[in-house]
Design a protein around this ligand. Structure first.
Ligand SMILES: O=C(O)c1ccccc1NCC(=O)[C@H](O)[C@H](O)COP(=O)(O)O
Length: 260
């Protein structure tokens, strides 16, 4: 069993429990449900965009505890002041220390910035949850879904006004993309071995449909990484640990963006 299999099995249990506690009708009553969402794609295409999508991530399966003191409002508003074009907030509690509370806090603090609900999405119920807690887009991990499942979740997200970022790590996973997908993220981290290789983005980037907005995810730690990936056609760069492992993630992010 890989870590992704384990996380997904746990997620299925969590979703079943959540459905018992909060009905779809209740999720639809959230004040966030009628909110107009913000496009990450548009933010990436704005002239002068840094392309950085900074993640609030306090722990991970590969690194354990990354930062136990970070406070979501302070860090995410600092990221926005630093010039990121989007935020990613983990909502998985067991493996990443995330929560819906963090997502809602980031939403309140950053009303004009696109926010990704970063979680392991397997069930349509989770798409409603994302909208109800203030997200603008969701992540679908191709390794966890069939082409048909991915299409259904994408259609629902689009219906609710959410953008869809599909994460791929292999050529076979690219075959699962559908025309409704807004952005494609190449994960540089192999979720079976945790090995990180930026060349994965360059290799798979060449195989992606021309029209797709490309995001490189994981293991990015230097300005040189970003320049190299920009030349390879990437417009977005999802970065978590590099900022979160410092005492002041927002300051680290500001210094990084200043040097881009
Ligand atoms: O980060 C992990 O250890 C991990 C393990 C299993 C599944 C997913 C995992 N990470 C999720 C992510 O996509 C990253 O948090 C994101 O790309 C940022 O990566 P990084 O900049 O390396 O923190």
């Amino acid at each position: 069993m890989t870590i992704l299999d384990e996380i997904n099995a746990n997620k299925r249990r969590e979703v079943a429990e959540a459905k018992e506690k909060i009905s779809l009708d209740d999720l639809k009553k959230s004040p966030f449900f009628s909110r107009r969402t913000i496009s990450l794609k548009a933010a990436l295409h704005k002239s002068g965009s840094s392309g950085i999508i900074a993640e609030f991530k306090t722990k991970s399966p590969s690194k354990g505890v990354i930062n136990e003191n970070a406070e979501v409002t302070e860090v995410t508003s600092g990221y926005v002041a630093a010039g990121v074009c989007g935020l990613s907030v983990l909502t998985d509690r067991n493996y990443f220390g995330g929560s819906f509370e963090n997502l809602a806090k980031a939403r309140f603090a950053n009303p004009a910035t696109p926010i990704l609900r970063k979680d392991f999405m397997l069930d349509p119920y989770q798409v409603y949850e994302a909208k109800a807690h203030g997200a603008d887009l969701i992540l679908l991990i191709a390794a966890s879904l069939s082409k048909e499942e991915m299409l259904k979740l994408t259609e629902l997200a689009k219906e609710l006004g959410l953008e869809v970022l599909v994460e791929v790590h292999t050529q076979e996973e690219i075959e699962k993309l559908n025309p409704l997908v807004d952005l494609v993220g190449v994960n540089n981290r192999n979720l079976k071995t945790f090995e990180v290789d930026v060349e994965t983005s360059v290799r798979l980037g060449k195989l992606l449909p021309e029209s797709m907005v490309r995001i490189s995810e994981s293991g990015l730690s230097s300005v040189e990484n970003i320049r190299y990936l920009r030349k390879a056609g990437f417009e977005g760069f999802l970065m978590g640990e590099n900022f979160m492992k410092t005492d002041d993630p927002a300051k680290a992010c500001a210094e990084f963006i200043k040097n881009l």
